[in-house]
Design a protein around this ligand. Structure first.
Ligand code: CA
Ligand code: CA
Length: 420
């Protein structure tokens, strides 16, 4: 069943003026000096709520509480599917249909017209307790030729569970997966149900980047700083799951060769920008959700460097907000938004949004739009606020529309397209 629902925003005179003078229609045209001045100028921050953690200062202006930004874009939201059980991922297929995962362990295809397909056979067993289950799905880099897809899941294993990555070939009738192989198994296992991380993203280098959480519980946290553990890391794998030889710790004794970066808490978003740079967004503690530019071999701090406080309200034991040798986030949210999937927009359907980073918010139940300039966040807007659903993933389709899934008992799949 499909329901059309409209959201309308008027084009303001300001926006039209901007659109008439810039390519991309997103930021006023300005000389760099004028732009810097504008950035330093006082502005109305989008988020006016008090911070979760008191007395913490950003490292630089604009690292948190960016200016409110309004793109005044008119769009329709089409509900393509309803009644999905905690969908975690939406992955557009080349022809306009969409692969979706449901956390209890189902992979389905929803057609571009909104027909919900039966579960695809061949998905391995998942441990769907808590935050676990069937998580991300990604098309392989040569999907057009070999129909190979990749997915991440919490795999039941001796000692509990851990995130694994598998690949398989989607049959031509799209009813089953063939030649299924588990290409990576994170270690160690742990008997818990939180912080699996698990976003998958293929880079322009043809490598598969995998984001892993640190499993949340106090005994596991320190592993985010230990190179002999996959917990709290971003990994870089070849398409066969083997660690490339130019990974930063490939030659280090006792280090896991798959590690690309360390010091993460629970990273649920990984997105490449148009320059081919990888950005990741992680769930921090209360007051410390982070956007980071991901660079080879770097340490992003958790649990020794972090903004925010424990969810119990006490300080994070032994942590500081900044320290030499550790990467400060490009941006952080305090109060938290509970970030999920993310997508840099590059389509032609919404010229005003080109280069913007869209981020799902679970806690605030909306879609965050960030404008960036020169590696810094310059503005923030919240979309889809009226729907009050936990946004779990956002992806750009081949038609330039944005596709969103919501993490609910009866979750939905939405298409966001220019207003007709
Ligand atoms: Ca995906
Ligand atoms: Ca950090």
């Amino acid at each position: 069943m499909m329901a059309h629902e409209l959201i309308r925003f008027p084009l303001t005179a300001f926006t039209m003026l901007v659109c008439a003078t810039t390519i991309g229609c997103q930021e006023p045209a300005a000389e760099p000096a004028a732009r810097d001045q504008a950035r330093a100028a006082p502005c109305a921050a989008l988020d006016k709520r008090p911070p979760n953690a008191e007395g913490q200062q950003p490292e630089f202006p604009g690292q948190t509480r960016a200016c409110a930004s309004s793109s005044d874009v008119a769009f329709d939201v089409v509900v393509l599917a309803k009644g999905l059980e905690h969908p975690w991922s939406v992955e557009p297929l080349p022809g306009g249909d969409l692969l979706i995962t449901e956390r209890p362990g189902r992979l389905r295809i929803v057609s571009g017209a909104g027909d919900l397909g039966e579960p695809i056979a061949g998905v391995p067993r998942v441990d769907a307790r808590g935050q676990g289950g069937l998580l991300d799905v990604a098309l392989g880099p040569s999907f057009d030729l070999d129909r190979t897809i990749y997915w991440s899941y919490s795999e039941p294993r001796q000692g509990g569970n851990a995130t694994s990555v598998a690949r398989g070939v989607l049959s031509t009738d799209r009813r089953r997966l063939d030649d299924v192989r588990v290409i990576f198994r994170a270690v160690p296992t742990y008997d818990g149900d939180k912080h699996f991380g698990s976003r998958l993203a293929f880079g322009p280098d043809g490598m598969l980047y995998v984001t892993l959480g640190e499993r949340s519980d106090t005994p596991m946290r320190p592993q985010a700083q230990q190179l002999d553990s996959h917990m709290g890391k971003i990994l870089r794998l070849g398409p066969d799951g083997v660690a490339p030889k130019d990974n930063p710790f490939a030659d280090e004794a006792d280090a896991r060769p798959e590690i690309w970066t360390q010091g993460h808490r629970n990273i649920q978003a990984a997105a490449f920008d148009e320059q081919g740079r990888l950005w990741a967004i992680e769930h921090g503690t209360q007051g410390g959700d982070e956007l980071n530019l991901v660079e080879k071999g770097k340490n992003y701090g958790w649990p020794v460097v972090a903004y925010g406080e424990e969810y119990s309200g006490v300080p994070i034991a032994g942590a500081v907000t900044a320290r030499p040798g550790f990467e400060s986030p490009t941006y952080y949210w305090d109060p938290v938004i509970g970030p999920s999937g993310a997508q840099f927009y590059s389509g032609s359907a919404f010229p005003a949004w080109r280069g913007n980073l869209f981020v799902g918010s679970l806690v605030d139940t909306n879609l965050v739009r960030l404008t960036l300039d020169n590696g810094r966040v310059t503005g923030e807007e919240r979309l889809l606020t009226d729907r009050r659903q936990r946004v779990r993933d956002v992806r750009q389709g081949p038609d330039g529309a944005l596709y969103v899934v919501t993490d609910e008992d009866r979750g939905e799949l939405w298409r966001i397209a220019p207003r007709r």
